[in-house]
Write a protein that binds this ligand. Structure first.
Ligand SMILES: Cc1cc2nc3c(=O)[nH]c(=O)nc-3n(C[C@H](O)[C@H](O)[C@H](O)COP(=O)(O)O)c2cc1C
Length: 333
């Protein structure tokens, strides 16, 4: 498997070329997965734009009714007929199995599963030949995943946005996972914002990267302008906080009025509940809190964010993000 960056001389210039990323039979020309971002931040338009640049685009399925997921997958296919499109779903969601089944019925290219772990999903992938890619935060879970039939693992560290499974940096965990798995690709996630971050991750032995924050602040991200502007305004490490999510995991987010109420215990509990989670603390409704932020209510909504969001100072189209990343990579010696 080509893990190392190939370095070639061209017009006396050192060009660092990014390797392809192979997951099962899929070959992504650029080893970048756009991380799934719920609720409805990474929908068809973003996933397709990333796929059209040679990366892998993920539709965040969590919180979507099955019909909406079908619609988004079909739209992404229309916008990117030859690109690689996957879904991301939270294992912690009550509808997890149904979302995975729906995506497989629609002929999705791969399924990425975060916020929990399910043995059953590997069976669903095996029956249909769909690559199943769990998000893990330890070498132990990576090895177990490979044994169960994972086609790759995404190793997410404490820099990542959203729910976290560890307080350790992805830079520490990636080499441990690379040493622990035998054959499957390893994808590093958390704090990858620019070309240097990509090269650093590949030099640690990863075969590719998953990026969330950079794409959250893209033109194609399906969030209100208010939310995207908030990402650009986050310039200080102190702007980022860890809150306890009702899912039972810490969640990394931007400090705002809502996050403060979670931190000081005054957050209002849900007034109604449609039991979207297998286990919920009922401290607040996470779907409603994330949806409020997606709609533009950035003070009473929950704004998930990676802890390196300060590196993002502009909302850019996906095409431009890829062009800049490639240029930054090419400038590295
Ligand atoms: C706004 C936002 C929402 C996210 N939602 C999800 C999600 O629904 N499911 C998931 O597995 N990961 C989610 N993540 C994590 C990303 O997919 C990705 O792994 C992570 O953000 C990588 O770290 P980075 O933001 O530093 O690039 C989310 C991240 C962000 C920033």
């Amino acid at each position: 498997m080509a893990t190392l960056l190939s370095v070639c001389t061209q017009q006396e210039e050192l060009i660092v070329k990014l390797p392809e990323l192979r997951i099962g039979n899929l070959v992504a020309k650029v080893p970048i997965i756009q991380g799934g971002m719920a609720i409805r931040l990474s929908t068809a338009r973003l996933a397709a734009a990333v796929a059209n640049e040679g990366g892998i685009g993920l539709i965040a399925a969590s919180g979507m009714p099955f019909d909406e997921l079908r619609y988004e997958i079909r739209l992404a296919r229309k916008l990117s007929p030859t690109g690689i499109i996957g879904i991301n779903a939270m294992v912690a969601a009550t509808q997890f199995a149904g979302l995975v089944r729906t995506a497989i019925e629609e002929g999705i290219d791969l399924v990425v599963a975060g916020a929990g772990f399910s043995r059953d999903m590997f069976g669903m992938g095996r029956e249909s030949g769909t690559p199943i890619v769990p998000i893990v935060s330890s070498a132990k879970l990576a090895r177990i995943s490979e044994g169960l039939g994972a086609s790759a693992v995404i190793v997410e560290g404490s820099e990542a946005g959203g729910h976290l499974g560890t307080n350790r940096s992805s830079r520490e965990i990636v080499p441990e996972v690379v040493a622990a798995v035998k054959k499957i690709p390893v994808i590093g996630a958390g704090g990858v914002l620019d070309g240097k971050d990509i090269v650093d991750m590949l030099r640690l032995g990863a075969n590719g990267v998953q990026m969330g924050s950079r794409f959250a602040a893209s033109v194609e991200c399906n969030a209100s302008d208010e939310l995207k502007k908030m990402y650009v305004r986050a310039t200080d490490p102190e702007d980022i906080v860890l809150i306890q999510s009702p899912v039972g995991l810490p969640g990394q987010a931007i400090r705002n009025k809502f996050a403060e109420t979670v931190l000081d215990g005054t957050v209002p509990p849900p007034t109604e509940c449609d039991r979207c989670l297998k286990h919920c603390s009922h401290k607040f409704c996470i779907i409603k809190a994330l949806s409020r932020a997606q709609q533009g209510d950035v003070e009473t909504g929950l704004v998930f964010s990676g802890n390196n969001m300060r590196k993002v100072d502009e909302i850019l189209p996906v095409k431009e993000i890829f062009a800049r990343l490639k240029k930054q990579v090419a400038e590295i010696e």
